[in-house]
Write a protein of this length. Sequence first.
Lengths: 111, 113
Amino acid sequence: SQQGEEDPQALSIQEGENATMNCSYKTSINNLQWYRQNSGRGLVHLILIRSNEREKHSGRLRVTLDTSKKSSSLLITASRAADTASYFCATEGTGANNLFFGTGTRLTVIP
Amino acid sequence: KAGVTQTPRYLIKTRGQQVTLSCSPISGHRSVSWYQQTPGQGLQFLFEYFSETQRNKGNFPGRFSGRQFSNSRSEMNVSTLELGDSALYLCASSDYRGGTEAFFGQGTRLTVV
């Protein structure tokens, strides 16, 4: 399977703290994307980082990518209760226009 | 502009029946992908259509099929339903280029009894 692995599977933090989620994948990629899902609903795109980029920021989100280690991390700073959701990394392989998703991290932010 | 619309939102079917799910992509998007999400297997890629042609296919049995119409709307069909087909089926649309974000619908929750 080309599915990635995310770590940790679940994370519980206090509001205002930072949350870090890690993703590892197996194959060469064009880009890696992070998505958020609230309670079994659709996924919302958060950020995309291309294979030739090492770090990207978007608001309170910071993503890093290490293609030599086939890993990425998502940092959410100053977390809010509304950030409670499942977060998935997804890789787009070379020569394909479909995404392979990680197993997800369930984040709970306690007010 | 309107988002990705999936219908129906919920569906209950009996084993052995077949089901058709529908997805209307964002206007102008020509690529539509389908994913199955289950607690055990996570999010799994089913297939991707572009300009009415299937471009990529995941590792699912032939009971799972799909098609895309000239207006980019897509349907997926599952025949001879099994209990294990119970899942959230998600459709995503994107523009024709790879390397861009995918926009997901709210999904169709299929329960097979």
